[in-house]
Design a protein around this ligand. Structure first.
Ligand SMILES: NC(=O)c1ccc[n+]([C@@H]2O[C@H](COP(=O)([O-])OP(=O)(O)OC[C@H]3O[C@@H](n4cnc5c(N)ncnc54)[C@H](O)[C@@H]3O)[C@@H](O)[C@H]2O)c1
Length: 303
């Protein structure tokens, strides 16, 4: 899922040629074409542009391929398995140049641990793309306990050169930057349902119709500065003791998990999901993201 979308992102820049390594030969062009349709429909990419991008992506199933031996930068996006990731990088280190930059797209695993057994650890960073990788601009660049500043700088520049919004996570911590905040919010959202304060649909609406609208424009810390840190201090002094500080998954989440009520994939989670409701939800998200990108793109071209 992530690998092909990351390849598409890099192919946006004609200065780069991309080699997608997979264990088994399989055509990915059709799935990349399909993923790109919403972008084409919104005029963010035209069909010729897409074909040009696809020409810059070659496929290989051979780790001895010259493209790997000569690579300037490698992004790993294999299964979320520590041993597998360590093995892949050991194989890469045996084949790539000393100055090839190594990146892992792991969502949660520590770049320090993934790179622990490498000989040259300074050239290694985490690059956490968000799904869908070709639509969400953010990439968290995570420094391990041994990444050099130079490596992090270069990776930030390369990501900017392919239209991404890189942010630097200066320390290797679980959840990096954005997932720590995302899951702090999810913990409280689940707690509100668990405590019978509101049902799941209401909790989501309370976000979508209030501060959720502001978030793409106004981050929490700019917001705090805007309303004043005296107000923020007083609110926190009053409210923080009432919020969830659970240190493990909530009892409600555990119950649903144990009952195999897993959300879209089983039809029931915090809410019931009919087939057409799932399709509407996924399509609405994609449409929303493409609209946001199109808006930002128009704004950026005017600036
Ligand atoms: N899916 C997401 O929302 C998301 C978001 C951000 C980051 N990530 C991270 O990206 C990585 C990949 O996730 P995904 O969702 O694309 O998974 P995926 O299952 O779609 O892809 C994993 C790929 O790894 C390949 N693979 C497995 N063993 C391999 C081996 N020995 N050698 C080479 N390839 C091998 C599989 O064939 C598969 O193509 C994970 O580290 C994940 O944490 C995922």
């Amino acid at each position: 899922m992530m690998g092909k979308n990351i390849a598409l992102v890099f192919a946006s820049n004609p200065d780069f040629s991309i080699t997608l390594y997979r264990r088994k030969a399989a055509e990915v062009s059709d799935s990349i074409r399909e993923n790109s349709q919403p972008l084409i429909a919104k005029g963010l990419m035209n069909a010729d542009d897409l074909e040009e991008r696809l020409k810059r992506i070659s496929l290989t199933t051979d780790l001895e391929n010259d493209a790997i031996k000569n690579a300037d930068l490698v992004i790993e996006a294999v299964f979320e398995d520590m041993v597998l990731k360590q093995e892949i990088f050991a194989k890469l280190e045996a084949r790539c140049r000393r100055d090839t930059i190594f990146c892992t797209n792991s969502s949660v695993m520590s770049p320090s641990e993934i790179s622990a057994k490498l000989k040259y650890r300074d050239r290694f960073v985490g690059t956490h793309f968000w799904n869908p990788g070709h639509l969400i601009p953010l990439v968290e660049v995570i420094k391990s306990d041994a990444s050099s500043d130079e490596t992090a700088d270069k990776v930030m520049k390369v990501l900017s050169a392919v239209g991404k919004k890189p942010v630097l996570c200066k320390r290797d911590v679980p959840g990096f930057i954005a997932n720590r905040m995302q899951h702090a919010l999810w913990r409280e959202a689940i707690y509100i349902v668990e405590q019978g304060i509101a049902d799941a649909k209401t909790v989501d609406e309370a976000v979508r119709y209030s501060f959720g609208l502001r978030l793409p424009q106004l981050g929490p810390l700019e917001n705090a500065d805007m309303v004043g840190l005296d107000l923020t201090y007083n609110i926190h002094e009053y409210i923080l003791r009432h919020l969830s500080d659970q240190k493990e998954p909530s009892p409600l989440l555990k119950k649903l998990f144990n009952e195999k009520k897993l959300g879209f994939k089983t039809g029931t989670g915090f809410q019931e999901w009919a087939e057409e409701e799932k399709a509407v939800s996924s399509a609405a998200l994609n449409e929303y993201l493409v609209n946001m990108l199109s808006h930002n793109f128009t704004k950026a071209s005017k600036e």
